[in-house]
Ligand binder design. Structure first.
Ligand SMILES: NC(=O)c1ccc[n+]([C@@H]2O[C@H](COP(=O)([O-])OP(=O)(O)OC[C@H]3O[C@@H](n4cnc5c(N)ncnc54)[C@H](O)[C@@H]3O)[C@@H](O)[C@H]2O)c1
Length: 307
């Protein structure tokens, strides 16, 4: 791979993907409308195209000019709450944006298209945990549905036009540069509160579990997907559950801040009790597995949020 386009490259995970590609000597063009992303997230060395992925003209001219070996599509509307309150915007960015980019990739003859999707928001409250890829798709919010439709567009472009596509369904990703002001990103929120001398707000009893994957490991999965010619959907998770209280305990230990004790708030409606992904297939087909232990990833992340 010599040249790659990373949509959402000024965002949290996209910027880690751009970092890793540059380290591998791949030229990177990051596309982002800066709606939630930030210019400062962009690694030095990446070219930047400030554009909206829904802009067909801009995407077509960009891809036919750059002729990348791979497109990594991470740009998205990622807020579950906003997907409920602004359903049209969510569908517009996540569905129309993905269709627009796929069409531009087809027209430019792009050899590989990697789509970054979500695990937790697709499987909802799954019966089998860790959840494999063939579990029922039961989105709890428009966000999960719009990301799922994006996956289906990738499959269709594969069948209809022979465009080589692969979908990664990410678990809960955490690490440096995650937005601590969003609704998700509990690790970023806790790290920021810890440094500000505040206590962590824990919704419900704090025993709800997630599969927390370090951003560098997620970026590695994205690169492995770009190098491979396998198609289909693959979970990206550690297959290990950690509760919100586990996060609080580990951050308290790492910081030595004994007063970092949970402040409980009412449970949030519609929140899954357990979410954890079985990434066996990604191990077999892509040779990928998460290598960063939760404690190590939390230590790096906590440090990165220091004022
Ligand atoms: N963070 C997680 O835990 C997680 C979990 C599962 C899946 N994902 C997926 O990973 C991807 C990246 O998420 P993130 O956590 O880095 O969020 P993020 O908000 O930091 O990144 C998304 C980026 O896309 C950009 N963007 C949004 N709309 C755009 C548009 N119309 N045109 C161009 N750029 C646009 C934003 O400015 C932002 O930089 C998303 O596709 C998301 O669905 C994230």
């Amino acid at each position: 791979m010599r040249t790659a386009v990373v949509t959402g490259g000024a965002g949290f995970i996209g910027s880690h993907v751009a970092d890793r590609l540059l380290e591998e000597g791949v030229a990177v063009v990051a596309v982002d409308d800066l709606s939630t992303g930030r210019r400062e997230n962009l690694p030095a060395g990446a070219d930047f195209e400030e554009s909206d992925v829904r802009d067909a003209e801009a995407m077509r001219s960009l891809l036919s000019r750059v002729r990348p070996d791979a497109v990594f599509h991470l740009a998205a509307q990622i807020s579950v709450t906003r997907s409920v309150s602004e359903v049209e915007y969510d569908a517009d960015v996540n569905v129309r944006g993905t269709a627009t980019l796929l069409e531009a990739a087809r027209l430019a003859g792009v050899p590989r298209f990697v789509y970054v999707s979500t695990g937790g928001a697709l499987y909802g409250e799954a019966d089998v945990v860790p959840t494999p890829e063939d579990a029922p798709i039961e989105p709890l919010a428009p966000y999960g549905l719009s990301k799922w439709v994006g996956e289906r567009y990738c499959d269709l472009y594969e069948r209809l036009h022979g465009l080589s596509t692969l979908t990664l369904r990410l678990a809960n990703i955490y690490g440096p540069r995650q937005d601590p002001h969003g609704e998700a990103g509990v690790v970023a929120i806790f790290c920021q509160r810890l440094h500000a001398g505040q206590r962590p707000v824990v919704f419900g009893d704090g025993r709800q579990t997630r599969d927390y994957v370090y951003a560098g490991d997620a970026a590695e999965a994205v690169l492995a997907a770009g190098r491979s010619d396998t198609t289909g959907a693959f979970n990206v998770g550690r297959g290990e559950e950690a509760s919100v209280l586990d996060l609080v305990d580990t951050l308290r230990e790492l910081s030595g801040r004994d007063d970092f004790q949970p402040e409980h708030a009412p449970e949030r409606p519609g929140e899954a009790r357990r979410s954890c992904l079985d990434a066996t297939r990604a191990g077999e087909a892509l040779g990928w597995r998460a290598t960063t232990p939760l404690r190590d990833g939390l230590a790096v992340t906590l440090e990165s949020f220091a004022p």
